[in-house]
Design a protein around this ligand. Structure first.
Ligand code: NAP
Ligand code: ZN
Length: 346
């Protein structure tokens, strides 16, 4: 077994504390990675708090992982020691179902294996990237360009692909009016992709103080959703809304901002169900759809696109000892836009 050290919640809701644990030995098809940075996703917080479902504890969160390959198994083809790599939200899937065969491992019909808070196919709990190393089967490891700031790449592995994938799926681009709802880790990446794809991008935010920063990201317009007059001015105007909000919210109000045939894409994972009136969909033939992360091939495509267009996440680098303060600040929307842990501090 490989010795690992990380930060874990020992029980639901408890603060993260140092924890030593073991990872499996590097198998023939495995890659071992020395983790350099790991992003802090709102999903980490949801899961430590058992917001969604009862989790597996101790829990080492973290699914925005970048680092360098330190060992490879005998049959590994795509990676060698020293390569810069990333790992996102999944570390395994069945590889044979129709979805896996269609490069949609995130929708594996047997369920993919999540990077943490899940049991692997060997029945052993998975532990995430708030740690110094990780062992992952080759198919779930991504190549990372050395042209980009490595710490800024980490959030691309979840926040990046989760926003890139639905915009690609719905072919959002030139001639479209895209609204990004919620300007946090996911939302700011949604703005960057939307702008890069040529859409006219509006940020819908509860935080007036983010207006200048949103424009700096390339957003063309900024609407404060607590301001009735500003909301009224954009009624019926968007082709797409990319909804990244982490808590229950008024879907009907946002649907009224869509144009005829408009699509409301939910990627935020509210722990509680949200009301939806039939009339908010009927009037204007509107759709509400969802999307979960992205497949491995698409994640590699996104990382390559990011390298080509010099796109990374805007981050605030933290030491692991400050993780609880980071969570508190994230909940208040007080981060531009993603905390990333320097794992050298673990
Ligand atoms: P985050 O950084 O905390 O950003 C969420 C943003 O939503 C906040 O900054 C805030 O933006 C807005 N917001 C928060 N509470 C709100 C409320 N009650 N009403 C309206 N707006 C509110 O979180 P994140 O890391 O981007 O994650 C966002 C959500 O996506 C989480 O639920 C996470 O679990 C989920 N997620 C889903 C996937 C997937 O595969 N679908 C992947 C990763 C994460 P403003 O200040 O601009 O209003
Ligand atoms: Zn995430």
């Amino acid at each position: 077994m490989i010795q690992a050290k990380g930060y874990a919640a020992q029980n639901p809701g408890t603060d993260l504390t140092p924890w030593s644990f073991e990872r499996r030995d590097v198998g023939a098809h495995d890659v071992q990675i020395d983790i350099a940075f790991c992003g802090v996703c709102h999903s980490d917080y949801h899961q430590i708090k058992n917001d969604w479902f009862p989790g597996i504890f101790p829990m080492v969160p973290g699914h925005e992982i970048v680092g360098r390959v330190s060992q490879v198994g005998g049959h590994v083809q795509k990676f060698k020691v020293g390569d810069l790599v990333g790992v996102g939200c999944m570390v395994d899937s069945c590889q044979v179902c129709t979805n896996c065969q269609a490069d949609l491992e995130q929708y594996c019909l047997k369920g993919n294996t999540q990077t943490y808070n899940n049991l692997g196919r060997d029945g052993v709990p998975t532990y995430g990237g708030y740690s110094n190393n990780v062992v992952v089967r080759e198919e779930f490891v991504l190549h990372v360009s050395d042209k980009l700031d490595l710490a800024g790449v980490a959030p691309l592995l979840c926040a990046g692909i989760t926003t890139y994938s639905p915009l690609k799926h719905w072919k959002v681009g030139q001639g479209h009016k895209l609204a990004v709802l919620g300007l946090g880790g996911l939302g700011h990446m949604g703005v960057k992709w939307g702008v890069a794809f040529g859409a006219e991008v509006t940020v819908l935010s509860t935080s007036p103080e983010k207006a200048e920063a949103a424009k700096a990201l390339g957003a063309h317009h900024f609407v404060v959703t607590k301001d009735e007059a500003q909301v009224k001015a954009v009624q019926g105007s968007f082709d797409f809304i990319l909804d990244t909000v982490s808590a229950p919210h008024d879907l009907g109000m946002y649907l009224s901002l869509l144009n005829t045939d408009g699509v409301h894409i939910i990627v935020g994972a509210s722990p509680k169900p949200m009301d939806l009136s039939a009339f908010s969909l009927l009037m204007g033939r509107k759709s509400v759809v969802g999307s979960s992360i992205g497949g491995i091939a698409e994640t590699q495509e996104m990382l390559d696109f990011a390298a080509e267009h010099s796109i990374v996440s805007d981050i605030e680098l933290i030491a692991i000892k400050d993780i609880e303060v980071a969570y508190e600040r994230m909940l208040k929307g007080d981060v531009r836009y993603r905390f990333v842990i320097d794992t050298a501090t673990i």
